[in-house]
Design a protein around this ligand. Structure first.
Ligand code: P1T
Length: 395
């Protein structure tokens, strides 16, 4: 009997994201028909004769499980190529090595603390970094003209202040000087924002967050359309070695299948919680892109298809009240990271953004009463009653 070919014959690019994240890279195993892809937990591959092999030589270079995830992620971002790395920051490292030495890089002023640290303490000996408020169009225009950077690095919404850069404007301006544009799309995930569509050159993800969604993997990804950039990233990944393991790649392939339903629920809960916080007398100010009070709410509506699951707010009081509040929550877990199904809460000044000098943090507004929530997909009433109890405790 002729063996049935189990590979798909569907043009996935015509299907919606919800379908693509489940099926692209997820073809049944040709050998057995297993609906879930096998984990190729191997470091090397046997060759028939020197140089004669099935496309795989060594797992730092290629691994079939990682290849499947790369196909899935490229498709999720409507891009052509993806490189899956061992962490979000190792993806950042690859970009730094891909640029010619002494490049000038214009970076959004409010970025993840680890991104700030890697730029200011590791790659400051290789490149020049200029931090700028990319949400201020006048300043961004001026600085692009002044520095004519090799790369514009945008995180939108930012971590932790959820500032939103107008991608269409920023990319159009950057292109006047032939700058490459990278967008860290970690907070929105491909479900709510697709920066390639606005002309961005490189999308960066900490896969650790929404893409995997289950707080059990640290990983990163770079998605591009340009084959030359992709080839350089592949060369660097292979030469330096920060690749995701087969098992982690498999876990992310599994996690990403539910991206759409998770993101919908994260957002549904976050809207309710943002409204609850905005009415609370113990809260000074709430920052959530979906609130009309958000300074870039109209930009958010224009370029994102939703507002995500991240909220930051300023509690009335200082460090004493913040500590009390953070010690009082029970369903929200006090932990760094975000984007998992379980709700997390943290204190950026002491935790995720501690590596930013206090003076810089204060200037940005990362104060001692700033609290960040990663709203999970639990029952929202339970989450709100958890917050209510914590507010009671910090009187
Ligand atoms: O942790 P890692 O996978 O290396 O990703 C780094 C990173 C990159 N970009 C953004 C926007 C991020 O938020 C992160 C990691 N952030 C946290 C760990 C955090 O709690 O904010």
């Amino acid at each position: 009997m002729k063996k049935k070919d189990l590979s798909y014959s569907i043009n996935w690019s015509k299907k919606s994201l919800n379908t693509r994240v489940i099926h692209v890279g997820g073809e049944p195993d040709q050998a057995t028909g297993a609906i879930m892809p096998p984990i190729f937990q191997t470091s090397t591959y046997v060759q028939k004769s020197p140089g004669i092999h099935s496309g795989y030589e060594y797992t730092r270079t290629h691994n079939p499980t990682r290849t499947r995830l790369e196909e899935c992620l490229a498709s999720a971002e409507n891009g052509k190529y993806a490189t899956v790395t061992a962490s979000g920051l190792s993806a950042t490292m690859l970009i730094m090595h891909a640029l010619p030495a002494n490049s000038t890089i214009l970076v959004g002023d409010d970025v993840y603390g680890g991104t700030y640290r890697i730029f200011n303490t590791i790659f400051n000996s290789l490149h020049k970094f200029i931090f700028v408020n990319t949400t201020d169009q006048k300043i961004l225009k001026q600085e692009l003209k002044k520095y004519q950077p090799a790369l514009l690095w945008i995180e939108t919404p930012t971590n932790p202040l959820l500032k939103i850069t107008d991608l269409e404007f920023a990319i159009t301006e950057a292109k006047k000087y032939n700058a490459l544009v990278l967008v860290d799309n970690t907070f929105m995930s491909p479900y709510f924002q697709n920066p390639l569509k606005f002309g961005a050159d490189i999308i960066l993800h900490s896969m650790t967050k929404y893409i995997n969604g289950h707080s059990d993997v640290v990983g990163g990804a770079l998605i591009v359309n340009d084959q030359k950039i992709h080839k350089e990233l592949f060369r660097l990944q292979n030469s330096i070695g920060p690749c995701a393991s087969p098992f982690d790649s498999w876990l992310v392939l599994r996690g990403i299948k539910t991206l759409a339903v998770r993101m919908q629920r994260h957002q549904e809960n976050a809207i309710k919680i943002a409204n609850f916080l905005e009415k609370n007398k113990k809260v000074e100010r709430v920052i959530y892109p979906g609130l009309e009070s958000h300074p870039q709410h109209s930009v958010a509506k224009k370029q994102m298809s939703g507002f995500g699951g991240m909220i930051t707010f300023f509690l009335r009081g200082g460090i004493k009240e913040s500590r009390k509040f953070l010690e009082s929550v029970q369903i929200f877990s006090l932990a760094e990271s975000l984007g998992g199904v379980e709700s997390l809460i943290e204190h950026p000044a002491i935790m995720t953004h501690a590596s930013i000098p206090e003076k810089v943090r204060t200037k940005l507004g990362i104060s001692n009463n700033l609290i960040r929530l990663s709203v999970g997909i639990e029952d929202c009433d339970d989450l709100i009653s958890d917050l209510k109890n914590a507010f009671k405790n910090c009187q």
